[in-house]
Design a protein around this ligand. Structure first.
Ligand code: AMP
Ligand code: ZN
Length: 466
């Protein structure tokens, strides 16, 4: 039975879709003003594990993941670079999807961009103006939180003190608001500003929060199953999404809210503003593999903080190599004919352990332990020659099931197989006997490219993977 910790109720709850077997899922995507760092990708990897696990459980999914392609940072940076918003964001959007694919993250069903949904945002704001949940001040439009008594229900922040006596103007930033906590739905822009849209309530541009309300409700309906994002979005972004959406529709917005904890570096949140970040590209340039980065990011349950160190990334690299080597060796092993039902039962038990851990609010670290237990069991059985040919396919099939969620084994054919290595080594020895050193060097280089190191020893040629 799948259970999630729902931020809204602060309870571990059994998951039950609103509609039959269908799950409608919204995950807040990146702000495309720069390259995403691996902290961002921790949250997106959690989103991928969530997506894959819902499919594994047999649900039919509609998964929306937006791109925030208009906000203050984008507007300012585009202006400084003398570019339009589209020109400025295009290379970052392209890079984002490249990194996304390389990390094995499955593409969402719909990836809407904020700038393509301005009309939907305007409609919501019109509704909020009509029903008194929004007001105009100096050309900008604000959400009136005093008109939404549920404000704070997600973040559990008590706003009562701030809301009462909300009539006086509090000058907290350059915009004038009735109450310090009221937030902008639409920001006035000067007539000569390049980034602006015309609306019945004046030319301007949307606030960040209204973007997600508009895109989520357009594709998933007024009420949908799951809304997810990083923990820093809980307040104010998600609290404000709820206020605007429910203020406009009077229906519950998302049923389940999931928040992933931050990736930290030496105790501090990895972020652009602190300058303590690595992009995915930085780590690839340092020689790390995308799979090891993925493994590291998913190795700690999403609701716990993860401290990034190069030591743990090196460890992840070794673990991935060991797991792949295990699968390759199993594929190639000379096994006795027959079947060992005991081993197959154990494999099934570990798959059940895996599923139980994932059912428990996506506990990936316990789920990974089940995979490592399976590997240990099969290694022992192979060493004692009690793993048989028919078990091989059963176990490989079980590994595929684990990997449908973990996505860490990669294509089996990606890696050169032991038998291919040995065949090439045989050919190289033959070439050397024939004094064909050109071919011999060619084979050494070819193997080197695959990360295979050759060692001449007194007992003959040995090889190992780097
Ligand atoms: P942004 O591009 O700033 O809109 O952020 C995209 C996503 O990354 C959001 O869901 C954030 O909550 C998340 N995020 C930002 N920093 C971190 C971090 N250090 N660890 C995990 N998630 C993060
Ligand atoms: Zn959002």
């Amino acid at each position: 039975m799948l259970k999630f910790h729902n931020t809204l109720t602060n309870q571990l709850e059994e998951f039950q879709p609103l509609n039959d077997n269908e799950v409608r899922l919204y995950i807040c995507g990146p702000t495309v003003w720069s390259f995403a760092h691996i902290g961002n990708f921790r949250t997106f990897t959690f989103g991928d594990v969530l997506r894959r696990y819902l499919k594994f459980k047999g649900y039919k999914l509609t998964h929306v993941f937006n791109l925030t392609d208009v906000d203050d940072r984008i507007i300012n940076e585009a202006k400084a670079a003398a570019k339009t918003i589209d020109e400025f964001t295009a290379p970052f959007i392209e890079a984002f999807w490249e990194d996304f694919d390389a990390l094995g993250l499955e593409r969402p069903d719909i990836a809407p961009r904020a700038t393509h949904h301005i009309a939907e945002m305007i409609q919501i704001i019109e509704k909020l103006l009509e029903n008194g949940h929004a007001y105009e001040s100096d050309g900008s439009i604000y959400f009136r939180i005093s008109a939404f008594p549920d404000y704070g229900k997600l973040s559990k922040i008590n706003f009562a003190g701030n809301i009462s006596g909300a009539s006086g103007r509090v000058d907290t930033d350059k915009y004038d608001k009735e109450n310090a906590n009221d937030f902008a739905l639409w920001k006035l822009v000067d007539a000569d500003e390049p980034t602006g849209w015309d609306a019945s309530f004046g030319r301007g541009r949307p606030g960040w929060h209204i973007e997600c309300s508009a895109m989520a409700m357009k594709y998933l309906g007024e009420t949908f199953d799951i809304h997810a994002g990083g923990i820093d979005l809980k307040f104010p972004h998600h609290e404000n999404e709820i206020a605007q959406s429910e203020g406009a529709t009077e229906n519950q917005f998302a049923k389940v809210w999931l928040h992933s904890e931050h990736l930290k570096v030496e105790g501090e949140t990895m972020s652009k503003s602190l300058g303590n970040f690595y992009t995915f590209r930085d780590l690839i340039a340092k020689g790390y593999s995308a799979t090891a980065i993925r493994y590291l990011l998913l190795s700690v349950p999403y609701h716990k903080q993860l401290n990034f160190t190069f030591e743990t990334l090196d460890g992840a690299e070794q673990t991935i190599a060991r797991l792949r080597d295990f699968r390759n060796r199993l594929q190639e092993a000379h096994l006795p004919d027959g079947i060992n039902t005991d081993l197959q039962e154990k494999a099934e038990k570990y798959l059940n352990d895996f599923e139980a851990a994932m059912d428990d609010n996506l506990n990936t670290s316990v789920a990974l332990a089940a995979l490592h237990n399976l590997v240990r069991e099969v290694n022992t059985a192979t060493a004692h020659e009690v793993a048989c040919t028919e078990d091989r396919s059963f176990i490989l099939h079980t590994l595929d099931k684990f990997d449908a969620i973990l996505g860490i084994f990669g294509e089996a054919s990606e890696e050169i197989l032991d038998s291919e290595i040995e065949a090439l080594i045989g050919e190289r020895q033959e070439a050397r006997r024939n004094r064909n050193f050109a071919r011999s060097d060619e084979i050494r280089n070819l193997l080197g490219e695959q990360g295979i190191i050759l060692e001449d020893t007194k007992d003959g040629m040995r090889w190992k993977r780097k």
